[in-house]
Write a protein that binds this ligand. Structure first.
Ligand code: NAD
Ligand code: TYD
Length: 345
């Protein structure tokens, strides 16, 4: 059985690729290597893989029909796990075009190609953001989708398109909707790695609005384990929420990071809020748990380990936090900070 992992050089995709290769499974990874893709994330499985032929890497775009068809036919792909996406909400607010391409059109290309070849499982990695804000309680898989930013809306498009290929063509599709992931190798534009690395550099932590937004955090290892579990225990045509059961206010997470690093609370600066900011995400995961899976990693333990990883792997994130990243950071944040000494660069 060969698994095609798209987005295999990104944050979650690289963790999943490592997990599969370490289990002795043959993996083909397809990744466009956008700003968020990083071959260094796969270093331990590409250089030290035993045997190394378990992982084959293609640099390429999931929107390229011919490339996708060639991989499916030449590599005898049995299972597809689609992680490839533009994944950052703030970037989607600035410019949505690549989100529509990859998160919708890319899913269409993968589904169409899967229809032509014998694919036994197509796992579409969706997100809890498709539900929009949870005003009360927690979302079940059957609840209406109400995405409120271009990233969430394009993911909802991919999510429903995958479902339509099950209903219409009986393509064996499973859709997963996970909550916010954290862990090692996360690109430092996202909240947790941005705050850890800024604090390590004694830079301000730009907390949006009052910081009382709630996110349910899941450790990336728990998320990957759940996807692995669903590859064998999930039912075709079904959607599964994957939550960590760790709802936290952003401001509490920010203070936890500062405490771990023994840095002062004065590094936090409340800045102009994100447009259309979803106040709270919350998932009801009873459906997945009834099959026998539950998350194992307590948020504070996982976050403490994550902080240590960023302390011990400064070359990884310092290579990223210059050039294109700093340009992005300046564009995204300079108008947000009120104080003159906020050390944007
Ligand atoms: P990421 O941005 O770290 O990685 C995305 C990867 O996809 C990168 O390696 C990038 O190069 C690649 N990619 C982008 N466009 C591509 C294209 N057109 N063709 C091929 N490869 C392309 O994202 P992530 O955080 O690892 O998220 C992975 C998946 O999980 C995404 O589908 C995302 O929507 C979903 N998800 C993420 C979270 C989270 O908290 N990070 C939560 C729930 C769901
Ligand atoms: P993020 O990591 O972008 O994930 P998502 O938007 O998918 O939940 O943001 C997590 C939370 O942190 C979200 O409520 C927005 C907030 N946030 C900040 O307060 N400051 C920041 O600089 C960033 C990037 C996020």
């Amino acid at each position: 059985m060969t698994i095609l992992i798209t987005g295999g050089a990104g944050f979650i995709g690289s963790h999943f690729t490592r997990r599969m290769v370490n289990q002795g499974r043959r993996v083909v990874a397809l990744d466009k290597l956008t700003y968020a893709g990083n071959l260094e994330n796969l270093k331990d499985v590409t250089e030290d893989a035993k045997p190394s032929n378990l992982l084959r890497f293609y640099t390429g775009d999931i929107c390229e029909q011919r490339l996708v068809e060639r991989i499916l036919s030449e590599e005898s792909i049995d299972t597809i796990v689609n992680f490839a996406a533009e994944s950052h909400v703030d970037r989607s607010i600035s410019s949505a075009s690549t989100f529509i391409d990859t998160d919708m059109k890319g899913v269409f290309v993968l589904l169409e190609a899967s229809k032509q070849f014998t694919i036994n499982k197509f796992i579409q990695i969706s997100t809890d953001e498709v539900y929009g804000t949870a005003h009360q309680g927690a979302f079940k898989e059957t609840d209406a989708l109400n995405p409120s930013n271009p990233y969430a809306a394009s993911k909802a498009g991919g999510d429903r398109l995958a479902y339509a290929y099950w209903v219409t063509y009986k393509l064996p599709v499973i859709i997963t909707r996970a909550s916010n992931n954290y862990g090692s190798h996360q690109y430092p534009e996202k909240f947790i790695p941005l705050f850890i690395t800024n604090a390590l550099e004694d830079k301000k932590l730009p907390l949006y609005g009052d910081g009382k937004q709630v996110r349910d955090w899941i450790h990336v290892d728990d998320h990957c384990e759940a996807i692995d579990f669903l590859m064998t225990h999930g039912e075709n045509g079904e959607v599964y929420n994957i939550g960590g059961g760790n709802e936290r206010y952003n401001i509490d997470t920010a203070y936890f990071i500062l405490d771990e690093l023994k840095k002062p609370g004065t590094l936090i600066e409340h800045v102009k809020d994100r447009e259309g900011h979803d106040r709270r995400y919350a998932l009801d995961c009873a459906k997945l748990m009834s099959l026998g899976w539950k998350p194992k990693i307590r948020f504070e333990n996982g976050l403490s380990d994550t902080v240590k990883w960023y302390i011990n792997n400064q070359s990884w994130w310092k290579r990223i936090k210059n050039g294109e990243f700093m340009e992005y950071y300046k564009n995204q944040y300079s108008h947000r900070f009120a104080s003159a000494d906020s050390q944007i660069c």
